[in-house]
Structure formats: C-alpha cells, structure tokens
Design a protein around this ligand. Structure first.
Ligand SMILES: [Zn+2]
Length: 278
C-alpha cells in the first residue's frame, strides 16, 4: 500500500481493505511458476513488496528493499517467511517432535500456520509497539525481561526484531536464557553485505534520520558481517544456513518458492553444557 495512504487511513481500517485488495489482485497472479510452501498455493508470480531507500542499496542490505516476487497473494507470506518455514519443515525437528515454541513478534502467515500445529505448545508474544498489529491471542511480553523460566523452550523464533532494540545483547541473552540446553533459535535481522562491523548510533532518534541512516524509521542499527559474533557473545553456537547447501530435503527446485537467494538463516543453538561446543 502507498506509504502516504497508510498515514491517512488508520491501520485497523487499512489492513482489511489492503487484504481485500491483495486478494482481488491475486486473481491476476494465478499460474504455476511459484509455490508458496506455507499455504500450498501456486502463482504465476508473487506480489511485489518493500521499497528501496538509498541506504538499503548503498549498504546492500539483505532483508530490506524492494522485491519483485515477495508476498504470497494468498497467505501474505514474504520471501523470508518462506525461507524460515522451509527450513523448519524439511531440515529440523519442528514438524515432528512435541515442542515448546516461543515466537516473538510473529509473522502473520507463520503465526496462522504454527498455532494450528498439534505437536507445538505455541507461545506467540509481542511488545505491542505502536504501528504493529497482532491477533488478540498474541500475548504481551518484553524481550528484555521475558516472563518465562530459564530453559523453558525448545525453539525461539524472533525475526527482524533485534534491529529495533538498542540493548540487543540483553535481548539475545534473554532468548538464550529461556531456551532449553540443546534448543534452537532463528534470529533473522537485516544484514548489510557491505559492512564488516555493525553500524549503530543511539544518538540518532528522529524517525526520518533513522530511515536515512538505518533503512527504516524505527531501526537503531544496520548489522554487518559481525552479526554472528554478537550472537556468540550471548553464548550461542551459530550455524549459518545457506540455501544451496542446507536445504537438501526441500523438494526442488528452490526457485519455485520465490526466496531471496542472498538471504542466509542464522540458526542459533544453546549448547548442552557450558563446555560443549556441539
Ligand atoms: Zn501463501
């Protein structure tokens, strides 16, 4: 939806209107070139998503910017939702075992799917910040002070959240704390292919300046290639999942899922013991 239109129409009104519009527009997209693994529907092409800003292009930020084939016309999954879904379904225990799952700021398409899965005890939570809307069953929680016992969860999903939080190290430590030993987290963030070191400047608080510097009005940093090191500082063992090598059980070809081929998945594991390197 047009950015200016978003400002004029209140979001609770704009959201259903947008969904109806996307549904009608979806008819135009009927075809067989692409398959959404979340809803199982096929399309000639996906809907475009995101928008470009100079900083997103200049810093080559993966996980931001305009994408031609981004949003599923039916379930509204994005390219990055589909990557997470494919990994969890075909390469992990997520669909097989009985698991406790914490999903922070849940992506709507994944939330709708996961909450129906019988093998999951599913805890969707969010901070309910202004500008973001969630289903009523999503509980309120603060990522800097999670109201769960240490070692509660088998999985934590927390995607595109850490770049909003000045104290990201504290948030990572909280996720680490509530995971069971041997438990996993997927912690996706926008990452620059250009920056070796994460760029952050907390003196920049004006939304327009943040958009200019970080690529979104409410981001406080751009992560660089040191992002896995920051996760390791919290205690995680980090495995970087590549689409070509690490989606071996996903029915080919990968191109039909309309993923962003440059995106990598950050799979974070809490070691079984302090001395365990897995
Ligand atoms: Zn879909």
């Amino acid at each position: 939806m047009n950015k200016n239109l978003k400002k004029i129409i209140p979001y609770p009104v704009a959201r259903p209107v947008k969904n109806i519009w996307l549904g009608i527009r979806g008819l135009y997209y009927i075809g067989n070139n692409y398959e959404c693994p979340v809803c199982g529907h096929h399309f000639r092409k996906m809907l475009p998503g995101g928008f470009d800003l100079p900083v997103i292009k200049e810093k080559q930020i993966i996980g931001g910017g305009y994408r031609e084939n981004d949003i599923c016309p039916y379930c509204k999954s994005t390219d990055r939702d589909r990557f997470v879904f494919l990994y969890l379904k075909y390469e992990s225990n997520f669909f097989r075992n009985n698991l406790l799952v914490l999903h922070v700021a849940p992506e709507p398409s994944l939330y709708r799917f996961f909450k129906k899965m019988k093998n999951l005890q599913y805890y969707p939570v969010t901070k309910y910040q202004e500008g973001f809307y969630y289903d009523k069953s999503v509980r309120k929680a603060d990522l800097l002070d999670l109201n769960f016992e240490e070692g509660t969860f088998d999985w934590v999903l927390c995607n595109h959240v850490l770049e909003h939080i000045p104290e990201d190290a504290k948030a990572m430590s909280e996720i680490f704390r509530v995971l069971k030993p041997g438990g996993h987290a997927i912690l996706q963030v926008p990452v620059s292919l250009k920056l070796k070191t994460t760029y952050e400047d907390f003196s920049i608080t004006d939304p327009a300046e943040r958009e200019k510097h970080f690529g979104q009005f409410d981001h406080v940093r751009i992560y660089g290639s040191d992002y896995p090191n920051r996760l390791e500082q919290a205690g995680f063992y980090v495995k970087i999942i590549n689409q070509e090598n690490d989606l071996m059980h996903v029915p080919p070809p990968l191109t039909k899922y309309a993923l962003n081929s440059k995106e990598k998945l950050f799979l974070c594991t809490k070691p079984n013991s302090i001395n365990s390197s897995l």
